[in-house]
Design a protein around this ligand. Sequence first.
Ligand SMILES: NC(=O)c1ccc[n+]([C@@H]2O[C@H](COP(=O)([O-])OP(=O)(O)OC[C@H]3O[C@@H](n4cnc5c(N)ncnc54)[C@H](OP(=O)(O)O)[C@@H]3O)[C@@H](O)[C@H]2O)c1
Length: 322
Amino acid sequence: MGPTIKLSSGHEMPQVGFGLWKVDNATCADTVYNAIKAGYRLFDGACDYGNEKECGEGVARAIKDGLVARGDLFITSKLWPVFEDGDKVEPACRRSLADWGLEYFDLYLIHFPGALKYVDPAVRYPPGWHYDGKAEIVRSATPMHVTWASMESLVGKGLARSIGVSNFQAQLLYDVLRYATVPPAALQIEHHPYLVQKELLALCKAEGIAVTAYSSFGPASFLEFGFKHAAALVPLMKDDLITGLAAKYGKQPSQILLRWATQRGLAVIPKTSRVEIMSQNLDCTGFDLEQADLDSITDKDAGIRFNQPSNYFATDKMWIFG
Ligand SMILES: NC(=O)c1ccc[n+]([C@@H]2O[C@H](COP(=O)([O-])OP(=O)(O)OC[C@H]3O[C@@H](n4cnc5c(N)ncnc54)[C@H](OP(=O)(O)O)[C@@H]3O)[C@@H](O)[C@H]2O)c1
């Protein structure tokens, strides 16, 4: 087992995990199985990824083959915005658990702030952003304290060992901290050298909230959506500073990017469909960068965000990072 981060809930979270977004349904079970074989113990899933059943199949096969026991794994899932009404949280969590074939999640996160009108899973699952499945964004009136109280009840019922949030910013985090009886143990955010979010990291450090970086390779994950601002940037793996540091430390550029995050105390969850890359990405805690090199990567910050709803579809109703 690699290094872990102690959460405020008392549970340990592996510092390096495997991301499950955009992992094909057809290959997902094998990918999860192979990742477990490669040594991954944390898997970052979500209802929205549409592959929780296949992820569960990979886990079940690994347990059956004696590679791991359930207790060796740390499984994360996420609540989609259409399930943020108070009475919809538990059924959504139970649906994800059933798909995975699990009795509890190690970590259950609110995927995005901002409740949307409920969509019955019988109508469409995963539901996506649009109420009509096409273009209509319909907000729900549910305030965050209601959603959070339901998240807390999952802990009491043993459905989630730790709870947290994703894509939240400072003001809403402070709001949750005011009324939480179970404070958010973790925040998962987009974090790479083009989007550092230094103040948010400082807030989390001060409040004892563990931070997981997603999309650590920056634009790489967003080229397939045709995002012009992703294509216009120098790929981080080809950036002169990053390749120079890779040569200096005898590592891959990807490992430099991941170590920049882990050495600063963050967890990372890189995704790859290639078995040969899995162990390389996992190997991002066993060497150290000099402080000046860490700082020079941090100084690349350009405040460029890729993963926000308004980049995927036109709407005036989802400016959640505004
Ligand atoms: N909470 C949220 O809203 C949210 C949003 C986004 C992501 N996430 C989570 O974070 C995870 C990671 O983020 P991500 O999937 O966006 O992106 P990522 O892990 O930063 O990058 C994945 C991309 O980089 C490539 N890649 C991976 N390892 C590489 C390496 N060593 N060298 C070169 N290329 C490499 C992958 O291609 P190949 O597959 O071909 O290797 C893929 O195109 C997700 O899977 C998901 O679990 C959460």
